[in-house]
Design a binder for this molecule. Structure first.
Ligand code: ZN
Length: 314
C-alpha cells in the first residue's frame, strides 16, 4: 500500500552552527549543529524511512529499488536535497558549479542550484548575494586585493523572504539566519572567502579560488522572483519558484483541504505548527520539524490543522 513516508533527519556539525534547530524538536549532536539534512539521498547524509513497510530503508535505495514511488524517473539519483540551516555565525562566501562543470570536474556530481526560504532571522539581518565585478579581470583583481566590501553585494532579509540561488551566484548566509533550503542533490561548494577565520587547531579552511572564478556568473544576474498566491480549500498556496531543477511552494494550512497529485511525488517539510494527513482512512499526525515524501500513487489525501509547509518536487 502506498503511504506517506516520514524521514529521519541527519545532522551536521559546522563551525558556524548553533542550537536553533532544537526548536524543531530535534535532539542535536552538539551546540555547533549547522545543518539538518532532512530529505536526502546524497551519500554524505542519507535519509531513512521511519514508518510503514519501507521502515529503515534509505532514500537512495528506495529511488533505485522502488522507482514506481517516484513515477519511474529517468535520473540515476534522487535529484533534490532539503536542508534546514542554522547560521549562528557567518557562513563562508561561496559559489557552486552547474551540472556540466560538476560532471566534468567533481566525479559526476550534480551541479548545485539552490533556494532559500527564510524561516527566521535576527532584526536587520542581511546576507551576501551576488558581486559587483563587471568583468572576469575585475573579479580576479578584487579577490586578489581582498576588496570584499566593494566586491560583495549585501541584501537585507526578513522572515518569509525567499531567494533563488542559481549555480554561479556568489552567496553567503550571515549570522542569525534560519533557512529551509531546497537544492539539487550535490555537496560541491567552492569557497571564495572565509573572513580569515581559524578553526580550533589554528588552521584556515581551504579556499577554491580557481574553480570559484571559473564558475561565477559575470556580471551577477539578478533573478527576480514573483510569488504567485492561490487559495485551495482552507490552504493558501504560494508558488515560490518554478525552475528547471525544482518547483517550491509554501502551503499555509488553516482548516482542511483535499489534494490529489497524479504522477507527481512531493517533498513536504513542516516549518510551523502541526496538523494531520488523512489517507485511505488512516491519519498521520505531523508537526514542525517533520519531513515527509508523498509518493506517486498516493491519490487523494486531506491535510488539516494549522501549519506552514514548504512543498517541493523536481
Ligand atoms: Zn550554497
Amino acid at each position: 500500500m502506498v503511504q506517506p513516508l516520514f524521514l529521519k533527519p541527519v545532522f551536521k556539525e559546522r563551525i558556524w552552527g548553533g542550537t536553533a534547530l532544537k526548536e524543531f524538536g530535534y535532539t542535536l549532536p552538539s551546540d555547533k549543529t549547522g545543518e539538518c539534512w532532512a530529505i536526502s539521498a546524497h551519500p554524505n547524509g542519507l535519509s531513512e524511512v521511519e514508518n510503514g513497510s519501507f521502515k529503515g530503508k534509505t532514500l537512495d535505495k528506495l529511488w533505485k529499488e522502488n522507482p514506481e514511488l517516484f513515477g519511474n524517473p529517468q535520473g540515476k539519483v534522487f535529484p533534490l536535497l532539503t536542508k534546514i540551516l542554522d547560521a549562528n555565525m557567518d557562513l563562508s562566501v561561496q559559489v557552486h558549479p552547474d551540472d556540466g562543470y560538476a560532471m566534468a570536474n567533481e566525479n559526476g556530481e550534480l551541479g548545485k542550484t539552490e533556494c532559500w526560504y527564510i524561516i527566521d532571522c535576527k532584526e536587520d539581518a542581511d546576507m551576501i548575494f551576488g558581486h559587483n565585478a563587471k568583468t572576469k579581470e575585475e573579479l580576479v583583481a578584487q579577490i586578489v586585493e581582498g576588496n570584499w566590501n566593494e566586491l560583495l553585494r549585501r541584501v537585507k532579509i526578513k522572515p518569509g523572504d525567499f531567494f533563488y540561488v542559481p549555480s554561479g551566484t556568489i552567496h553567503a548566509l550571515c549570522e542569525g539566519t534560519l533557512v529551509l533550503e531546497t537544492q539539487q542533490s550535490s555537496d560541491t561548494t567552492y569557497r571564495v572567502y572565509d573572513y580569515d577565520r581559524k578553526d580550533d587547531q589554528g588552521n584556515l579552511r581551504d579556499l577554491h579560488l580557481e574553480k570559484a572564478i571559473d564558475v561565477t556568473t559575470i556580471p551577477h544576474q539578478n533573478s527576480t522572483i514573483v510569488a504567485n498566491v492561490e487559495k485551495k480549500g482552507d490552504t493558501e498556496i504560494t508558488a515560490l519558484v518554478q525552475s528547471d531543477f525544482f518547483s517550491v511552494y509554501k502551503w499555509n494550512v488553516k482548516g482542511s483541504t483535499t489534494f490529489s497529485f497524479a504522477g507527481q511525488h512531493l517533498l513536504l517539510s513542516v516549518i510551523k505548527g502541526e496538523g494531520s494527513l488523512m489517507h485511505n482512512g488512516e491519519s498521520y499526525s505531523f508537526r514542525k520539524g517533520n519531513h515527509v515524501i508523498l509518493p506517486v500513487g498516493l491519490g487523494e489525501f486531506e491535510v488539516s490543522g494549522e501549519c506552514e509547509l514548504i512543498v517541493s518536487h523536481p
